[in-house]
Design a protein around this ligand. Sequence first.
Ligand SMILES: *Cc1c(COP(=O)(O)O)cnc(C)c1O
Length: 225
Amino acid sequence: MSAQTEALHQVQSQVEAAAKASGRGSDDVSLIAVSKTFDAEHIRPVIEAGQRVFGENRVQESLGKWPELKAEYSDIELHLIGPLQTNKVRDAVGLYDCIQTVDRPKLARALSEEMARQDRQLKLFIQVNTGEEDQKAGVLPRDADAFIRQCREEWGLAPIGLMCIPPVDEEASLHFALLAKIAARNDLPALSMGMSSDFETAVEFGATHVRVGSAIFGARAKPVP
Ligand SMILES: *Cc1c(COP(=O)(O)O)cnc(C)c1O
């Protein structure tokens, strides 16, 4: 068994245990294996081990490996978890099954139009910048209700949930709780939160989707500056 397959099984059982500990079933939490920076040869053993849900953060990088993998394995569910520029919306709608980073009117409108054009309905999450960090994408918590309403009424979108990336230097659970609160008051059932370092806490706070990269694939190479 490859190191990544072993790590996958380890993470799967941790997710299951965390779900059980908070009175939920293991089917209530979807494990997204974040494969960014890893090529198809590293991803294939993880697919062979039964994992079907994957996350990537760049459209260009995804186009280099996923069309082939998706042709090979028909039941892959691919999530975009990184920022999306409107000039990449056509590629994104063609490739992904879910976009977790809807965070501004221009993007929401472009996605609505492109999904109609391609006759493809993707699952959508709205990203919330719970830490109100300048460098981070996402709608501000105080603007979330209005933006969700606008997505529904103006562009006919039906987001399924909210996504957040807490600030690295803060207690993640505060951000998970805030995200859950915003989702509840907007009738959004899905919560994408929790990464390698805190996915068990996220499950405890109601995550329905956890995004786990390095705990499965190992450390990523540092990006070339
Ligand atoms: C890279 C990434 C992850 C996974 O991070 P790990 O710490 O490697 O688990 C999760 N979410 C987003 C948005 C990411 O970009």
